[in-house]
Design a protein around this ligand. Structure first.
Ligand SMILES: C[S@@+](CC[C@H](N)C(=O)[O-])C[C@H]1O[C@@H](n2cnc3c(N)ncnc32)[C@H](O)[C@@H]1O
Length: 295
């Protein structure tokens, strides 16, 4: 890991980049539109949009090694509209907008959003803080009044800690979360089962080392020339199992979770992220499922 807790990923550069981010943001924007249509018919709820990894609004964000490896083209960099801008540009509005990121990124985002006529009259709050701390705070806020929150957690890496997610239990919250199944988590679950970054995996899944080993590794006894030998093997299909396991964990917090998430693949058709939706409202999950199937 580097100093920011970001795991280095070694991936051939030609397999990165491109249309998957657009698919993710298109799916999300469609959901936001449907969400606001429903919520406007229920004015009893004060609505919050919580963007936990809001970014700068453009692609020239902090250039971590992982970001560099995503290799966005110049065209993609220029035409890019991030989650925050897409949500602000919608005709329908939330009562409050929370944007969380570091101060530098938020300054850029603020300048960009404030220049949009659609921002006028909207309550935009910029929180330069670790998203995990803000999530805990959000959980508390949601319990204080008639609030309903739509939460987007869209990090490139493994930044979301399970304890912070767990703070949203029993709240009126809908969540879209990007899980770095193929890019990072799968690599930390190394074939030799050394699990050098086990603390990171534990705080990510909200599971103990023993539980993680049990999910991803099998002890096999094999006959070799020298007699019986016990080897530890990583399970097949680990990337999808990471998503399934995370979904299983989300189901301990929300009643309904999309069991077939949006799978985002690189140019070699390898899954790199899974985009998952969770809510306590069955209708919300049906809407998300339909969007995932069509996007
Ligand atoms: C993938 S980008 C965000 C993309 C954004 N949602 C969009 O649509 O353009 C990730 C952002 O997360 C921020 N970030 C990384 N770790 C964070 C943390 N612990 N808390 C809040 N923001 C963080 C980075 O500064 C970066 O701007």
């Amino acid at each position: 890991m580097n100093g920011n807790g970001q795991t280095f990923v070694r991936e051939p550069s030609e397999s990165w980049g491109g249309p998957w981010t657009e698919r993710k943001l298109d799916a999300f924007a469609k959901y936001v539109n449907a969400y606001l249509t429903i919520m406007q018919a229920n004015p009893y709820w004060k609505t919050i949009y919580f963007d936990g990894f809001a970014g700068t609004g453009s692609r020239q964000t902090t250039k971590t090694l992982l970001y560099e490896q995503l290799q966005f083209t110049a065209e993609e960099e220029e035409g890019y509209k991030g989650s925050a801008e897409r949500v602000i540009r919608l005709d329908k509005r939330f009562d409050y907008y929370y944007f969380v990121d570091d101060r530098q990124s938020l300054d850029k985002l603020k300048t960009r959003l404030m220049a949009l006529p659609e921002s006028e009259g909207k309550k935009l709050l910029f929180r330069p803080e670790d998203c995990n701390l803000e999530l805990v705070q959000l959980g508390k806020t949601l319990r204080t009044d008639n609030f309903a929150a739509l939460v987007l957690l869209d990090p490139f890496g493994m930044h979301v800690e399970w304890n912070a997610i767990a703070g949203l239990a029993k709240t009126r919250s809908d969540l879209w979360i990007l899980i770095p199944t193929g890019v990072i988590v799968n690599r930390l679950l190394d074939r030799a089962a050394k699990l050098e970054h086990i603390a990171r995996l534990e705080s990510f899944f909200g599971l103990s080392e023993a539980e993680i080993r049990e999910e991803f590794f099998r002890r096999e006894t094999k006959m070799t020339l020298f007699g019986e030998e016990t080897v530890i093997e990583k399970i097949q299909g680990a990337i999808h199992h990471i998503a399934d396991l995370y979904i299983r964990q989300l189901k301990t917090i929300w009643k309904h979770v999309t069991t077939e998430p949006l799978v985002l693949r690189n140019s070699r058709n390898v899954p790199i992220y899974h985009f998952v939706f969770a809510s306590n409202n069955p209708t919300a999950v049906k809407i998300a499922r339909d969007i995932i199937r069509k996007v």
